[in-house]
Design a protein around this ligand. Structure first.
Ligand code: HPA
Length: 311
């Protein structure tokens, strides 16, 4: 057995000691992003496992992110779907290796999940996306993947997995359909849910205005610092994936004017221009919007799980 395989075996042994038989093979995996972990509280027969008590797991270090796996049932009592939710995730910008970032996803797949629903907080690149909109991701642009930092780079330790993974079908159409059916059943307004492309950046800095315009011009609708490694690992292991991004802030704002020369010339001519306002995003703002919309996200995820269970 390779070192990696024995690490997975000890993680799963440790989970077996704590999670009852009915929950140890969940059907759906869920990843909860910034401020979106309230889902953990609505699981029935919930069992919480701290990451730092699990062999093989790293420790999450971002404020606003918890660090637990939550096992439990979602949906109606008679048709409860066993799920495992990550309350808090690992990001490459924390200094974690890509292998650590995707480790929990691989564990979920090894436990037998067939579907993973990934949530995240993201910046809006598309000016039509209001803050608070949930975007069902249909595609991605991952500059790190294109420039030598693909999370799947490395010797193949499991020869049963594909070496050259296609990504044209990364975002499951049937699952995206279920999300829209779920939104309909919940009576969400049309504007609450959009579709779009996720641009992945490494962070931890937010984008400059020019970087925001660049990613928008490249076709991104939202931008974020997570998710794509998780999508790749899940797809590599044959799991169906859907991603829901909550727009927490606008990255590309309409230019007022950028020219300091114009501003100074206007001042000298005694006709000062209105001062341009810099839009400065903060992690607190991201968490606040996350908290405000956590309930809608929770309902949407829960209803989607229910539909997966009865599909
Ligand atoms: N950029 C990158 N990641 C983010 C942002 C952003 O503006 N907002 C929330 N996550």
């Amino acid at each position: 057995m390779s070192a990696q395989q024995s690490s997975f075996a000890s993680t799963i042994d440790s989970l077996r000691e704590r999670v009852p038989e009915g929950l140890i093979h969940p059907k759906v995996g869920i990843v909860c992003g910034s401020g979106l972990s309230t889902l953990g509280s609505t699981l029935r027969d919930r069992v919480l496992v701290d990451y730092d008590t699990l062999p093989g797991f790293a420790k999450s270090t971002v404020a606003g992110h918890k660090s637990q796996l939550a096992f439990g049932y979602l949906g109606p009592e008679d048709k409860g779907v066993p799920v495992v939710a990550m309350l808090g995730r690992f990001h490459p910008y924390e200094g974690h290796t890509m292998a650590s970032v995707v480790y929990p996803i691989r564990v979920m797949a090894k436990l037998g999940v067939t579907h993973i629903i990934i949530t995240n907080a993201a910046g809006g690149l598309n000016p039509n996306l209001a803050v608070g909109t949930i975007v069902v991701i249909q595609d991605h642009i991952a500059l790190p993947n294109l420039t030598g930092f693909n999370p799947l780079i490395g010797a193949q330790t499991d020869l049963s997995l594909p070496r050259f993974l296609p990504l044209s079908n990364a975002y499951s159409r049937p699952l995206r359909k279920l999300v829209f059916h779920a939104a309909h059943q919940l009576g969400l307004e049309k504007s609450a849910l959009a579709e779009g492309t996720y641009a992945w950046v490494s962070g931890p800095t937010y984008e400059t205005p020019a970087e925001g315009r660049f990613l928008r011009a490249a076709g991104g609708d939202v931008v974020g610092m997570s998710t794509i490694p998780e999508v790749l690992a899940a797809r590599e292991m044959g799991v169906e994936v859907t991603v829901l991004s909550l727009v927490t802030n606008a990255v590309v704002i309409p230019d007022t004017y950028n020219s300091i020369r114009e501003e100074v010339e206007a001042e000298l001519a005694g006709k000062p221009l209105p001062a341009a306002v810099d839009a400065i995003v903060s992690h607190e703002e991201v968490l606040t919007i996350g908290k405000q919309k956590a309930e809608v996200m929770r309902q949407l995820v829960e209803k989607t799980v229910e539909l997966i269970g009865s599909a």
